[in-house]
Design a protein around this ligand. Sequence first.
Ligand code: MOS
Length: 744
Amino acid sequence: MISSIGTSYIGTPASRVDGRAKVTGAAKYAGEFNATGLAYGSVVTSSIAKGRIIRIDASEALRVDGVIDVLTHENRPRMASTDAAYEDDVAPAGSPFRPLYDDRILFGRQPIALVVAEEWEIARFAASLIRVEYKEEAHVTDVYRQRGKAVAIKPGADLFAPPKPRGRAKPAFAAAEGRHDGEYYVPIEHHNPMEPFASTVLWDGDGRLTVYDKTQGVQNVQRYLCSVFGMKPDEVRVMSQFVGGAFGSGLRPQYQVALAVLAARALKRSVRLVLTRQQMYGLGYRPAMIQRIALGANAGGTLDSIMHDAITVTSQYEDFYRQETGWSGLLYKCANAKYAHKLARLDLATSCDMRCPSAATGVYALECAMDELAVTLKLDPLDLRLRCYSDRDQNVDQAYSSKRLLDCYRQGAQAFGWHRRSPEPRSMRDGSELVGFGVATGVWDAMQMPITVRIVLSANGHAEVSCATSDIGTGTYTIMTQVAAEMLGLPLDNITIKLGDSTLPQSPVEGGSWIAASVSNGIATTSDAVRKELLGLAKHVPNSPLADASPDEVALADGKLVSKRDVSRGVSIVDAMRHGGVDRIEQEKSTGFRHDGSHAHNTHSAVFAEVKVDEQLGVIRVTRVVNAVAAGRILNPKTAASQIMGSVVWGIGMALHEETLIDHNFGRIMNPNIAEYHVPVNADVHDIKVTFVNEPDDIINPLGIKGVGEIGIVGVAAAIANAVYHATGKRVRDLPITLDKLLR
Ligand code: MOS
């Protein structure tokens, strides 16, 4: 690990550097940019789930004063005609959706027309006047109905295919002394970021566009727009400096950006398009899934057999899936394991990533099944997990770069007071409420992606650090500032971060919890180059105390380049640059994939939940959650704890509230709003305690960073479900656990 000299910024609870801009409204979001002559779009969406458009009658809409045009598949400007042109960096296999391309309807709420007007209200009113005739075709939107026709993904076929089996799971299960076999259901869940999807396209003349877009990857959107509209790279600049939550829904370009660009090109005007909350339910979602887990154990409480099958939902035109079953393979010591994953293709939009995709769901099933196995074996559920603990990734039989999960169990149990749990269900009470304690393990990847960072250091001791990455609300601006301040030996206030602009140095999409590790190590790499260049200058200062120093022997601290052996020997940045006759040092370096395949690299957690259940009404309150997380070096305990806390709140929603409901007769989502799609509100959120265990890791990357954007949700729904069982003696396996299911 890199140790630092002088002031340390990494690891301190610095407040968000963009906090003031956000609370004062200075931070602008995609739908807030203005331009002279700005036109406003409003989308018309399909009321059927499958079929063809026979006729779109826009005559009434066009007669409304202030309506500029109505774009449909019949009159739109030219768009690319190959699937490849619509494939973005993170597209799954298949044939990506093309907005306003032709007369085919692939899912309910598909965009079929765009009204553009001088005012947004006019556009929205006129959109209500569009008349559409359809030819309907039979649709299927119910995963249970499609279950028999689900298609298998071959184990080991690709990155997200189920892991290869090991041993002989079936006979081992049959011979096991303790067995559990259960089916778990997770419904479709929709991302509900506060900021709706929005794009403002500025027509800069000559066909050049500046696109303010809500996205997790400006360069992904930029490349997508270039290929869909046949534009040159320098003709489109995509900006996304602030994002009001996205959680995976902004990894792929969404249709509003394509439509806004389409309209700007058709009208040669600036155009803004903001989706309504209802229209947000026509985008991607967490796939519904049916999972079956069979666990076999010997009487000593160690696993002999794991069988995990998943059926997950995708569209008819793209095969989106993630590896739900892999977590069962990886986590616990078990010689025999077998997995299967099938895809149920439905007449819906393609499912997509949602916070901790596959682990939030796959580990939910696994950790409920482990709880049920503990009941069968008459073991404390935490004790069962300790007996099955593995210090190697069981899928690939590799050591971890670091794994302090045992500390998570220990510290979490202590902070929670797990020892106060009485084993029998229904044995703990608080007045009219039954009390339950539940535990679950969490696990997620710790990845690092190739990235490029530019640093411009000025002679006045200010540095500008730039990279085309995003800050989706996770605190990227802040941790980049901290890492740069530490690496360059400058105060936080002397660092300016530029991100969210496709013209900046290369970044992957912000996802998978990989940006903190990627961009921080990227900053470290580029800072090394800055330091080397500074040393070259410092050596030539008269009587330089660093004349014989090598780059490894010096560090930047307190505005100076100093000898690591004797910090009193140094040259200030100002002196070095002045003597060298330079007023700025600019370096741009790329950092590659870190992982060489020699170690497994994961984050872990132990989640403890207390619920209180009203015995008469079945109302469940999650009164306490302790989430103990092992995620390498924590760059900023304040922003990191916020990530985990937000994840726990979402885990409460997953366990108790969230469910997208579809009327399968019409193939239509019935609750496309936050009134009827329930998410936790303040009254649902009680005591949440976040603990980061100390987890040094000098293998994973030079800074020992793993990332915390997603691990916090994993295990939360399972810990709550297990606590509900402990409180009531009733096991509800299909989420969300609503009171009707509990009282049934
Ligand atoms: Mo995340 S679901 O990779 O934004």
